[in-house]
Design a protein around this ligand. Structure first.
Ligand code: FAD
Length: 424
């Protein structure tokens, strides 16, 4: 009997550096690539926010469509089904006589819970779910310590991994794929069918985030080209804007690393190379901290034992913050940019979070839930990890001294242009 492997795509919507796809192709006669549109992704949260806002929803659908197109170009296709993965994956694995199911392991509890349910469902048919690790720059098994001993302080983590761990080369993208024979590959629901209103592009937005691997790779090339231009003052708050493609796995962090490393010999690219590398290390750090501590990152008290006291006007302050009507001009501009585009810089995220927590006295958890809805690049570890740390309730207590509201406001808007732009 021929060996068929089902590749379950989730937040790894790419052909390049995709170990799951690479292994599945090399270990089988044919594969069945599957993406499940899980409607729970678009549910309401207990904080009265949406799990996924319209801007990210659009980006996700574009990324899935792009993956299907890429697979078609190499002789394959992508089966797209709607429902719960724990119902769908075991059922189709059984129907198509699949030998094994491959997927990338996630770290946040909702995602890992779904994997466990899929695993249980597959076991009923004696089919194995094989887990791969592919979302980080450094692989867990290449770290110089087990997960439980990963240093809580970011600086120590950085120092040790840079000294003792290796960044693996990328897996090559397949040039040809044999897929199972299917008469119906399914359709991707429209935003409308998901109950989501198509987001209108704001005329002030000067950047296009279009989902998909090809778009991500094109943008990475633009970043590399820009890195090589002679230095300008604009670069002081250089932001690569790679995060949305990284979050959906349209780009792998290793791909970003190895591509930007090619510019290392050009002297003035060093600062930006280090900037992007530092960001990727923060990203890895929060993912590993999630693996180490799990759900503590979702608790209002974070890592502290204190119980949160609700401020009298918490609800009103929260609404003003969300709507960009706090009376703090830069924060209001930041929230307007977030609401209109789904993206704000790291410094802007810090300023908005510091203002909500310290000036408006609202529990950080409501801010994190709102960012979860609004950010185009949302991923659980980066969002909840940064928020709890800014709130001073994280696992690295020294980190809270890194943040300063006044300083971040000055960096975001030294001359007042930013506020004027977003107030127009
Ligand atoms: C309150 C708050 C919430 C955040 N929520 C998210 C989120 O949901 N998703 C997300 O990807 N990032 C999040 N970040 C981190 C960071 O702000 C964004 O990754 C960054 O602004 C994206 O812009 P960029 O691609 O230009 O990053 P660059 O500065 O060019 O960095 C390169 C890459 O490194 C990663 N990175 C950079 N800084 C961080 C950081 N502090 N933590 C984790 N990863 C980092 C990103 O993947 C980024 O694309 C959050 C930060 C704060 C303060």
């Amino acid at each position: 009997m021929s060996k068929k492997i089902l590749v379950w795509f989730r937040n790894d919507l790419r052909l390049h550096d995709n170990e799951v796809l690479f292994e599945a192709i090399s270990k089988s006669d044919s594969i069945l690539p599957v993406y499940v549109v899980d409607h729970r992704l678009f549910d309401k949260t207990k904080y009265n926010t949406n799990k996924t806002g319209s801007i990210r929803a659009k980006f996700i659908l574009e990324s899935v469509t792009a993956l299907r197109d890429s697979l078609k170009k190499i002789g394959g296709n992508l089966l797209i089904l709607s429902g719960k993965p724990e119902d769908i994956i075991p059922q189709i694995a059984n129907e198509y006589q699949i030998s094994e199911v491959y997927h990338h392991r996630e770290v946040a509890s909702e995602e890992t819970h779904i994997s466990s349910l899929v695993e249980n469902g597959l076991w009923k048919y004696r089919i194995n779910l094989k887990h791969f690790i592919g979302h980080t720059l450094y692989n867990k098994e290449d770290l110089p310590f087990p997960v439980k001993d990963i240093p809580d302080a970011f600086n120590q983590f950085k120092k040790k991994v840079e000294r003792d761990a290796i960044i693996k080369p990328c897996f090559v993208a397949p040039e040809k794929v044999n897929v199972a024979e299917l008469s119906d590959w399914g359709n991707l629901p429209s935003l409308d069918a998901l109950g989501i209103i198509d987001p209108e592009k704001d005329e002030r937005s000067d950047f296009d985030f279009t989902g998909g691997e090809e778009e991500g790779l094109l943008h990475l090339q633009k970043v590399i080209d820009e890195m090589q231009l002679p230095p300008t003052s604009k670069r002081i708050i250089f932001a690569s804007k790679l995060s949305a493609w990284l979050a959906m796995g349209c780009l792998s962090p290793r791909k970003v690393y190895w591509e930007i490393k090619k510019t290392e010999h050009i002297p003035h690219t060093k600062t930006m190379f280090n900037h992007v590398l530092l960001g990727l290390l923060w990203r890895d750090y929060f993912r590993f901290m999630f693996k180490k501590y799990g759900n503590t990152f979702f608790k209002p008290q974070g890592f502290s034992k204190d119980v949160h006291v609700v401020a009298e006007n918490e609800g009103e302050n929260l609404e003003n913050w969300k709507n960009g009507t706090t009376g703090f001009p830069v924060v209001d501009a930041v929230m307007t940019e977030l609401n209109k585009t789904g993206f704000i810089s790291n410094m802007a995220r810090q300023a908005a979070a510091l203002c909500l927590i310290h000036n408006l006295k609202v529990n950080w958890i409501f801010g994190a839930a709102y960012f979860e809805e609004r950010l185009i690049d949302y991923n659980p570890a980066s969002n909840w990890g940064n928020w709890v740390q800014i709130a001073g309730l994280g696992n690295d207590q020294k980190a809270k001294t890194n943040y300063n509201f006044e300083k971040s406001i000055k960096i975001i808007d030294p001359k007042g242009d930013y506020v004027t732009y977003w107030a127009s």
